[in-house]
Design a protein. Structure first.
Length: 207
């Protein structure tokens, strides 16, 4: 779950006001070291300082604490949890629809794109391959975590095979890291499973 964003927000608001840490400290009656520690996330301001901070920056306490972002990330986490549950229940079309709706609210959430690609193909087969491939290639062209990148690459391996592009699938599979969606697991699945089974097993091993 996401953490309260006090450190990032104090720094951002201070810079927007074009204030130094020492200037902010003087306005609040604390030391420059205290402000520095706040911005490094080592500690939080005393609760008695919150009224002065929010009035100085012209924000609400919720905005200072990042509560809107916190609530937003919690809702996104719930979406991922629900989508995974739908996949386990083999309700692939519902999982795709849920994540497509969420993507409208979080358009840069690349994990949703990979999830949509997986669910669309599991629900509708080859008719949705072009869209699924495009989504995965978009994810791989974007800055993502290593974990999501591995999942997306593994997904794309099976999508390429379903699209009758085995050379691209093999090339991508051999470039996979030694992780859960590893080259060994994907290449083994190529030989022992259908592409649909492999896609489901590699990307959702609990199903």
């Amino acid at each position: 779950m996401p953490e309260i964003m006090v450190a990032q927000n104090i720094r951002k608001l201070r810079l927007q006001k074009e204030m130094t840490q020492e200037e902010l400290a003087e306005r609040l009656g604390v030391t420059g070291q205290a402000v520095s520690r706040w911005e490094r996330g080592e500690c939080y301001p005393d609760i008695t300082l919150l009224p002065g901070i929010v009035n100085l920056f012209g924000v609400t306490v919720d905005e200072l604490l990042g509560m809107e972002e916190l609530r937003s990330r919690a809702k996104l986490y719930e979406t991922y949890t629900r989508a995974s549950a739908l996949i386990r229940e083999r309700k692939y079309a519902e999982a795709a629809q849920l994540q497509e709706q969420a993507l409208k609210n979080w358009p840069d959430e690349y994990g949703l794109m990979t999830g949509i690609a997986q669910a669309l193909v599991l629900a509708h087969g080859k008719t949705q391959l072009p869209k699924a491939v495009s989504l995965c290639e978009c994810v791989l062209a974007s800055p993502t975590s290593d974990k999501l990148r591995g999942t997306t690459m593994a997904t794309l391996c099976f999508l390429y095979r379903m699209a009758k592009q085995p050379e691209k699938a093999d090339c991508l599979a051999h470039s996979l890291p030694h992780a859960r969606e590893s080259r060994e697991e994907v290449l083994k699945a190529f030989d022992s499973m259908t592409d649909e089974e492999g896609l489901l097993q590699i990307t959702h091993p609990s199903t």
